[in-house]
Design a protein around this ligand. Structure first.
Ligand SMILES: NC(=O)c1ccc[n+]([C@@H]2O[C@H](COP(=O)([O-])OP(=O)(O)OC[C@H]3O[C@@H](n4cnc5c(N)ncnc54)[C@H](O)[C@@H]3O)[C@@H](O)[C@H]2O)c1
Length: 291
């Protein structure tokens, strides 16, 4: 229970990597605010977990899960989230994980089209919730961190797509933006002892990807790529273990502004995936990080 007494917020945590991070923060004893869109306003796939079920699981594991409906495309709702956190915790906030990403459930991400074959609006789908939304949440979190003057941690969930071509042009530019957001917010927050890092998971066995593979709802090249990778993929909670390791590291400020792979952190801090597997560091990612 190394994070008992800490207050965290994980955006986009009903499923996927956000859910895995929220569960591990809960297991470490934190109070975890988790956000997701109101199911009344979106198409719900009943086979995917919900915000409420994730919150219950956090509490079952020893933390406190608090679900808050927030559409991260709506700045007013994000502002209200941080007002709620401030009111309920005497302004305390210790950890922000920017994870919400709107593109994965849009079929366009996986279609394999060139940028000129897609309509320009694809840019907005891939960067409004996934880059701009990280900036907005960071603004409100930073105001609390600075007011409290007791340090803090922001983890931006990103991807190797920030340095090399993955899926499509807007995806890569968005991820490069997330990594630059990390570097520049870290620069301004260092004085206040707030660390900001980018986290690159490798291929992750998310509920969405597993569903798409099972139902064969992917173009052939991606179906083959995901099928081949699934057996050795990281669990959603492996990213959570990485966030807990960072949040409990008294020297985390030495890492501020930089990008870390989940497996690299696993090796450094000595954690394994939840099934006991040691995850290999992807040698291509190491090369990309040096470039
Ligand atoms: N899945 C992978 O293999 C993988 C690998 C590396 C990096 N990543 C990155 O991890 C992040 C999360 O990806 P994922 O695979 O878990 O995706 P996912 O689609 O499974 O999860 C995204 C989460 O964001 C939420 N969300 C979407 N739009 C929202 C909105 N408007 N407001 C609030 N919440 C919203 C979804 O409900 C969901 O909980 C992304 O940035 C992705 O690029 C994923």
């Amino acid at each position: 229970m190394s994070l008992r007494g800490k207050v965290a917020v994980v955006t986009g945590a009903s499923r996927g990597i956000g859910r895995g991070i929220a569960l591990q923060l809960g297991e470490a004893g934190a109070k975890v605010y988790i956000t997701g869109r109101d199911p009344k306003n979106k198409k719900v796939d009943p086979s995917l977990p919900t915000l409420e079920s994730t919150a219950q699981e956090i509490t079952k594991r020893g933390g406190q899960g608090i679900p808050v409906y927030v559409d991260h495309a709506n700045d007013t709702q994000v502002k209200q989230l941080f007002e709620q956190i401030a009111n309920e915790n005497k302004d305390q906030l210790d950890i922000l994980v920017n994870n919400a990403f709107a593109a994965a459930d849009s079929p366009t991400l996986f279609e394999g089209k060139t940028f000129w074959e897609n309509e320009p609006e694809l840019w907005d789908t891939l960067t409004n919730v996934g880059l701009r939304s990280n900036y907005v949440a960071s603004v409100y979190a930073a105001r609390l961190f600075v007011k409290n003057n007791r340090g803090g941690l922001i983890v931006n969930v990103s991807s190797a797509g920030g340095k090399a071509y993955f899926f499509n042009v807007a995806y890569g530019v968005g991820k490069a933006g997330v990594d630059r957001l990390t570097a520049d917010t870290a620069h301004e927050l260092k004085l206040y002892k707030v660390a900001v890092v980018s986290l690159w998971p490798a291929q992750v066995k998310t509920e969405l990807v597993q569903n798409k593979v099972e139902k064969e709802e992917l173009p052939p090249h991606l179906l083959e790529y995901f099928k081949k990778g699934l057996p050795t993929s990281e669990s959603i909670e492996y990213s959570g273990k990485a966030v807990v390791a960072l949040a409990t590291d008294p020297d985390v400020l030495n890492k501020t502004g930089k990008i870390f792979t989940t497996a690299g952190l696993g090796k450094e801090y000595g954690f394994k995936d939840i099934d006991g597997r040691e995850i290999e560091v992807n040698s291509r990612y190491i090369e990309l990080l040096k470039s």
